[in-house]
Design a protein around this ligand. Sequence first.
Ligand code: ATP
Ligand code: MG
Length: 181
Amino acid sequence: MTGAPIVARTSSAEETRRLAAALAGELAAGDLLLLVGALGTGKTTFTQGLARGLGVTDPVTSPTFTLVRAYRCAAGSVRTLLHADLYRLDRLQDVVDLGLGEMVEDDSVAVVEWGDVAASVFGPETLTVELAAGPPSGGVDEERTVTLRLDGTWAPRRSSLTARLGPWTDAAAAGRRRREA
Ligand SMILES: Nc1ncnc2c1ncn2[C@@H]1O[C@H](COP(=O)(O)OP(=O)(O)OP(=O)(O)O)[C@@H](O)[C@H]1O
Ligand SMILES: [Mg+2]
């Protein structure tokens, strides 16, 4: 069962990285994150924050031409961050051949840009993070809405995840607006 999504907002690339770094604290080996959203909405930026949160020191760049990159994580139970980008895969079979599902072993976490095209291959044990531009405010084009859908093993982690993302969720933003008013 999938409950209501968690909705957060950011207003800069660095804020999206900070949100993702906070989320990284929730990750355990074997976790699979699917990143969805239009071109340039911040999927790679989000992954950079995730990497920061996992103690990756190598710079994280778009894996568009390599399909999947592996980054060594500095500390904690997660040893490797696998970063894949399925944008250029136009056949589902390519995803199956890539074997990413099997690559997510005991000590690694995988994050997949354009993961929605392969959701059926990965199965239901996923956290889906959707990035969308906006809402627009006064011509600022750096705002993003980040929507998290928790499926399978993720569902019981809702309250913990909500707490970690508190600074960026709607309720927190509404409270901030009320205090500032
Ligand atoms: N709030 C924000 N969150 C994330 N990125 C932002 C934000 N505001 C501005 N940006 C900018 O938007 C761009 C996002 O690029 P990025 O490569 O992360 O997107 P992407 O979704 O991975 O793109 P692609 O679909 O090509 O893989 C960057 O230039 C980043 O600086
Ligand atoms: Mg990208």
